[in-house]
Design a protein around this ligand. Structure first.
Ligand code: CP
Length: 310
């Protein structure tokens, strides 16, 4: 029997290629459902999910809600300001109360790194991490590798640049775990103040992770670029050099330096005119909105496993 902790998804660190590929295969099966809005045969009808978002979100929160509804689940949506958290109740106590009500899965976003795991250690029902501080954003990591696989055919052997505020990015961490497990090379590109070289040790599986500071030197040699927002809410401001946009912004000139088939990605929210310009975000190379579509299918796969243990 798979325990609730193992059925839930707290991070991609330590997951092998087989487990990650299993999620992607299941997500591919659900993709026609997402694109046609028709509930699948194996819906989780009657199951109930609680979306517990203690940090703001546009994509992840609505994507999980849509994924759950497409599976036939019902969803209760809680945010910090609309719950008793505004009266001082902690994330853990809030989660324990929802667990006591009998929800089948809790989807947790919080600003504390490791917050989702701390909740999972105390609850009966499975926990899915929807982004916890700087730690991990596992469904974003899965949807990112699915986007690369769909656009380029394979992930193995590809070179992927993740550019910007690496130190504060849970997306970068989940991406590098998934990419390296699947045999890709991850190039973390940032000023020295925004990337800790020790992150290159996060390699797992057959892949490689390395750190570079010169975006222009990296650009012509990668198959995908994932641009990241500077996370001012995590005090990144003091580490951002004055020439950040000039050195690390994906401008029209930099888009022209990309390989012919290279794709552009961004987890959102984008800050246009800072880390990315319209010339990249809205170009034929951009897969930014495709990431969002694939994200719903990924979250259906994750919820299915969390609730059914499938
Ligand atoms: N990619 C992502 O996590 O976006 P949101 O913060 O809008 O959920």
């Amino acid at each position: 029997m798979i325990t609730p902790e193992r059925r839930g998804l707290l991070g991609l660190e330590g997951l092998n290629a087989e487990t990650i590929s299993g999620y992607l295969e299941s997500a591919r099966r659900y993709l026609p459902t997402v694109e046609r809005s028709v509930a699948p045969e194996h819906a989780l009808r009657g199951a109930m999910a609680a979306n517990l978002f203690f940090e703001d979100s546009t994509r992840t929160r609505s994507s999980f809600a849509r994924a759950a509804m497409l599976l036939g689940m019902q969803v209760v949506d809680l945010t910090e300001s609309g719950s008793s958290a505004s009266k001082g109740e902690t994330l853990l106590d809030t989660a324990l109360n929802l667990d006591a009500m009998g929800f089948d899965v809790l989807i947790v976003r919080c600003s504390a790194s490791g917050g989702a795991s701390a909740v999972a250690a105390r609850t009966r029902c499975p926990i899915v991490n929807a982004g916890d501080g700087r730690h991990e954003h596992p469904t974003q990591g899965l949807l990112d590798v699915m986007t690369i696989q769909e656009s380029l055919g394979t992930v193995q052997g590809r070179a992927v640049a993740i550019v910007g505020d690496i130190n504060n990015s849970r997306v970068a961490r989940s991406d590098m775990h998934a990419l390296s497990a699947l045999g890709a090379t991850t190039v973390l590109v940032a000023p020295p103040t925004l990337v800790d070289r020790r992150l290159a040790r996060a390699v797992q599986g057959a892949g490689e992770v390395r750190v570079e500071h010169d975006f222009d030197a990296v650009l012509p040699h990668v198959d995908a670029v994932i641009m990241l927002r500077v996370q001012l809410e995590r005090d990144a401001g003091s580490g951002v050099p004055a020439d950040f946009r000039a050195m690390y912004g994906l401008t029209a000139a930099r888009c022209r330096a990309l390989r012919d088939r290279a794709i552009i990605m961004h987890p959102g929210p984008m800050n246009r005119g800072v880390e990315i310009d319209a010339a990249g975000a809205d170009s034929a190379r951009s897969r930014i909105l495709r990431q969002v579509t694939l994200g719903v299918a990924v979250r259906m796969a994750v919820l299915e496993r969390a609730v059914h243990g499938a």
